[in-house]
Design a protein around this ligand. Structure first.
Ligand code: HEC
Length: 345
């Protein structure tokens, strides 16, 4: 920190010196100034005359006189460089000023964008692009244009615009998973965010949109994520968990379902003692809903209830034994495992 501050101070000082030094060093006045000016004026006059010459016979004479003047100019001691350095210094200051202004106009917003995280930066870009995307959609009335507008609006949290855009996209083609599920989730959650209670028939309609999207594009992580959200809202916790787990399988880096998964599990564990035991003893290895992890998937297991019980009580290979489960706990746990075997993955 101190080092960089010192460095900065040094750079500022050196720059100041570079700019001010030539200005400060006012050279002594030029003793040949008058003669130099006279010769320069004469030279320029001869050049002008030569340039506009009509009578070619006069050219040799003019050229000879110009040559003499040039030689006389060369013979004068060199002029002090004050004028030039001063121009240079002024040019330097002007350039620095320009750079600062240009920098403020071009680099700074980028730099500001760079200091946002990628998601926020994308948001800013999305918001900036919205009016343009909207105009394009409304003039072309094209489904991809509506979709692009909807996406930018949705991703930047401009939900009213997103509803309009996706709604129009669906009017043109109702089989668009992204538009379906996003419109669905907005219809489902918007009224609450604005302090209204959603009408049951609207909610049912919204749910239908989300489910249709999941059927059209089941391997799209967002399909499963939004389906999970919708199912959880309608109290279908088990199905919701399945969808959310699926979302995490499809998008292993996706963290959007974590909170809801935890909440649903806590809810389930309260009501189902088997799930409580599973969460406490098994989930760490076999996955939160038995889908597998370090240990194999228990959902695809074809073991009988007796075989399951045997493995749990005695262990097997890397799987530890759980001899201390109470009979009621073991029974409830086996019920859960059998339910999962029936449900499959
Ligand atoms: C420390 C990790 C770990 C824990 C905790 C654990 N398991 Fe396992 N489990 C395994 C591993 C590894 C296997 C595979 C063992 C083998 O066959 O080598 C396995 C296998 C199984 C199998 C046999 C699956 C099949 O189809 O072959 C069942 C059933 C099972 N575990 C149930 C449970 C239950 C129920 C619990 C909680 C009471 C539990 N496990 C806790 C790691 C674990």
């Amino acid at each position: 920190m101190i080092l960089s501050l010192t460095l900065l101070a040094l750079i500022v000082l050196v720059s100041l010196w570079l700019v001010l030094e030539p200005l400060r060093a006012l050279a002594p006045t030029d003793p040949d100034a008058a003669e130099r000016d006279r010769l320069t004026a004469e030279r320029d006059r001869l050049y002008a005359e030569l340039a506009a010459l009509e009578d070619e016979k006069r050219r040799p004479d003019l050229e000879r006189r110009a040559a003499l003047i040039l030689r006389a100019l060369d013979a004068l001691p060199p002029a002090p460089r004050r004028g030039r350095t001063r121009t240079l210094a002024l040019a330097g200051i002007a350039a620095a000023g320009l750079l600062t202004v240009a920098g403020a106009l071009t680099f700074v917003p980028r730099w500001q964008l760079a200091s946002l995280n990628p998601g926020e930066a994308q948001n800013v870009r999305n918001v900036l692009a919205l009016p343009d995307l909207r105009r394009r959609a409304e003039t072309s009335r094209d489904k991809t244009a509506y979709l692009a507008w909807g996406k930018a609006a949705f991703d930047s949290g401009q939900y009213d615009q997103a509803v309009t855009a996706y709604g129009n996209a669906l009017k043109l083609d109702p089989r668009q998973p992204e538009a379906l599920r996003r419109l669905g989730i907005l219809l489902l959650t918007r009224p609450e965010q604005t302090g209204q209670t959603p009408k049951p028939e609207d909610a049912a309609q919204a749910f239908l949109l989300i489910r249709t999207a999941a059927q059209l594009a089941p391997n799209d992580p967002e399909s499963q994520l939004l389906l999970g959200f919708a199912l959880a809202r309608f109290g279908q916790d088990t199905d919701a968990l399945t969808a959310l787990e699926r979302y995490r399988t499809l998008d292993p880096s996706g963290r959007d379902a974590d909170e809801l998964i935890t909440a649903i599990r806590a809810r389930q564990n309260e009501t189902d003692p088997g799930l409580r035991v599973y969460a406490a003893s098994c989930a760490s290895c076999h996955g939160p809903t038995g889908g597998g992890g370090l240990g194999p998937s228990l959902r695809v297991s074809t073991l009988t209830r007796a075989a399951l019980r045997d493995i749990i009580l005695h262990g097997q290979g890397a799987m530890p034994a759980f001899p201390n489960l109470k009979p009621a706990e073991l029974k409830a746990l086996l019920d859960v495992l059998e339910r999962w075997q029936k449900a499959g993955q």
